[in-house]
Design a protein around this ligand. Structure first.
Ligand SMILES: [Zn+2]
Ligand SMILES: [Zn+2]
Length: 384
């Protein structure tokens, strides 16, 4: 046995020693509910508890959580009646970075990102490149039994893990944003068939996901990125992170925005056709802007989720030879590419992430829920 193997083994043993008897976790005991008849609201409950460490099967590992991002989807489950696949009590959280501490030998001691959605790899969707929308997919904090990221540890399959190598000065917890906020835009760009030289609009470029859509489309070679949102301060910031032009949509309807956009195109010698428009807000005004801007051979890519019904004369799609498409999650295969873009600073995560102790989860959820769109993605780090 050479020296290196000895060191490796002892590191492993040390890591083995950190396997806990219990997983500490902040469980959603019950989501917020509203009585259909009386309209009475029963507040949701998140409580600290412990669950046993499960027996790990072949190809499974236990990850010690370094950080888990608070996503709009978590708030949807907790506040807005969006049902989780696994019934409560369960732990929310699907934007996770951590270190493997048990299970599959090959992974022990490695730092990893856990993809937010893990495809089954067996079904026809998985086998035809659409695994990001696999119907049997597993998502921590939703369909991975009672396990989620707002915990000390989480058991997950190892096949989908993205290894973090040479992260330099990046804190591992910050890299949690790659698991969802950073990768969803990459998948959206792929879905849009984004090519170098394309012209792009990002509606909601000031949001947690939207700003990455701006950065990633630019990094992938977009010629022009036009950002649309309401917060001027954040719009100005987006000019440093991908956007070439911004339009403030405060107190303007879709028609007014469309007029302003056409003016901008004319002034800057840009075409009015062929734009790839990413709608990230998920709300009706954003969708209306997207549809109003959609022109000849254009594409509207729906990245934001919402329940609004928005009217459109769909015959225009025929006349325009245009497309409206949706996009969901991100294939695990793309994670190393996005990780590389982050570590090589092709996209910048630093100014857009903030860590807080996980014990602040209840207040943090309240705050983010009230604020709607916080200035930075909040990543909770286990303190218990
Ligand atoms: Zn999410
Ligand atoms: Zn599948």
């Amino acid at each position: 046995m050479n020296e290196q193997t000895t060191i490796k083994k002892s590191v492993r043993r040390e890591k083995m020693a950190t396997i806990p008897d219990k997983i500490l976790t902040w469980q959603m005991v019950q989501p917020t509910s509203r009585d259909r008849e009386t309209g009475e609201v029963t507040p949701g409950k998140i409580e600290k508890t412990e669950v046993p460490v499960p027996e790990l099967g072949p190809g499974e590992v236990l990850v010690e959580v370094a950080g888990c991002g608070v996503c709009h989807t978590d708030l949807g489950y907790f506040y807005d009646g969006v049902p989780t696949v696994s019934k409560p009590p369960l732990t929310l959280g699907h934007e996770i970075a951590g270190t493997v501490v048990a299970g599959d030998e090959a992974w022990i001691g490695k730092e990893v990102i856990i993809p937010a959605v893990m495809p089954c790899r067996q079904c026809i969707l998985c086998k035809t490149g659409r695994g990001n929308r696999c119907l049997n997919q597993k998502m921590p904090g939703n369909s991975l039994g009672l396990y989620g990221g707002f915990s000390s540890h989480i058991p997950v399959p190892s096949i989908d893990l993205c290894e973090v190598k040479d992260r330099g000065e990046f804190p591992l917890s910050h890299l949690a944003v790659v698991a969802d906020a950073g990768t969803t835009p990459y998948q959206a760009a792929k879905r849009a068939d984004l090519q170098p030289g394309d012209n792009v609009v990002v509606i909601g470029i000031t949001g947690g996901v939207g700003q990455y859509v701006g950065q990633i489309t630019k990094a992938l070679g977009a010629k022009t990125v036009v950002g649309i949102a309401r917060n001027q301060e954040k719009l100005d910031r987006s000019l440093k992170y991908g956007a070439d032009f911004v339009i403030n949509s405060t107190d303007k309807d879709a028609r007014a925005i469309s007029k302003e956009f056409r003016g901008l195109c004319k002034e800057n010698g840009l075409p009015t056709f062929g734009w790839k428009i990413f709608e990230v807000t998920g709300v009706k005004p954003g969708q209306e802007i997207g549809l109003a801007l959609l022109g000849f051979v254009g594409k509207l890519i729906v990245v934001g989720y919402g329940l609004a019904k928005t009217e459109y004369a769909i015959g225009r799609l025929m006349a325009f030879d245009a497309e409206v498409i949706g996009t969901w999650g991100c294939l695990p295969e793309y994670y190393p590419i996005v990780m590389d873009m982050v570590l090589n600073k092709k996209i910048d995560i630093g100014p857009f992430v903030e860590t807080r102790p996980m014990s602040s989860i209840v207040e943090t959820f309240e705050e983010v829920h009230k604020a709607g769109s916080p200035a930075k993605r909040i990543v909770l780090t286990p303190d218990f």
